[in-house]
Design a protein around this ligand. Sequence first.
Ligand code: ADP
Length: 275
Amino acid sequence: MSARQAAQAARRTELPPPGTVLVELDGIGKRYGNVLALADVSTVVRAGEVTCVLGDNGAGKSTFIKIIAGAHQHTDGVLRVDGEDTTFTSPREALDRGIATVYQDLAVVDLMPIWRNFFLGSELRRGPFLDSARMKRTTREELARMGIDLRDVDQPIGTLSGGERQCVAIARAVHFGARVLILDEPTAALGVKQSGVVLRYIAAARDRGLGVVFITHNPHHAYPVGDRFVVLKRGRSVCDAPKAELPRDELVGLMAGGAELSALEHELSADRTAS
Ligand code: ADP
């Protein structure tokens, strides 16, 4: 076992008690030259909870992810990881602290078997050889632990549905020691049924004690699994509230630009009656 694999294995058994604050954003801001992509955003990610980050295109969701995932650095405010002021200088650093990101365009090799994709870049070896038996067994076990029942881990990952592929990526991140799992619009390209499948695995990751950051523009996907909701608009936070303080309708209204849409609806139906 390499030092990195040993560290990952240790982290897996070391998830803090549910409710522990893993990541805290305190007045985070990000400027790209003259563009203010994020301004004064604060929230927390707790173990065993799902923090949903909602917003339309251009709201600042990707920037939010990049700062926690170590791809970009914030220019204002404080990022705390396990209570420590932190500025990540690379995604590797964030990963080493147990912060893993599953991007929408999953980095998988379609023609490779599921188990090869599961271990891609972290292959298990026995002497000079790949230990394929152990990798297949572990893949099967880890998927089963997440409640994912795939017939055959030898089939190419490209034969799975979009939802199933997301689920394999989630199980993989959990196996490799993620304590904070960032999911970048995992349901955006999926139909209703497949989205339901992914939402169930988000809940499974939460139930295993991870802190989940779920990025979406769909309040109907966020509300059932979310414990806390952040709504971004043009880089500013217009809401950071726990579920108990935010009825579903209010969240839907915040996202729909409520008033504007219902005004448009009125206008369109008025046009129809007029003609
Ligand atoms: P979202 O993911 O919600 O669509 P982004 O975080 O991608 O939003 O973008 C927020 C704002 O920051 C947008 O106005 C976008 O044009 C700007 N922005 C994002 N990345 C960069 C960059 N690398 N350089 C300049 N502006 C950027």
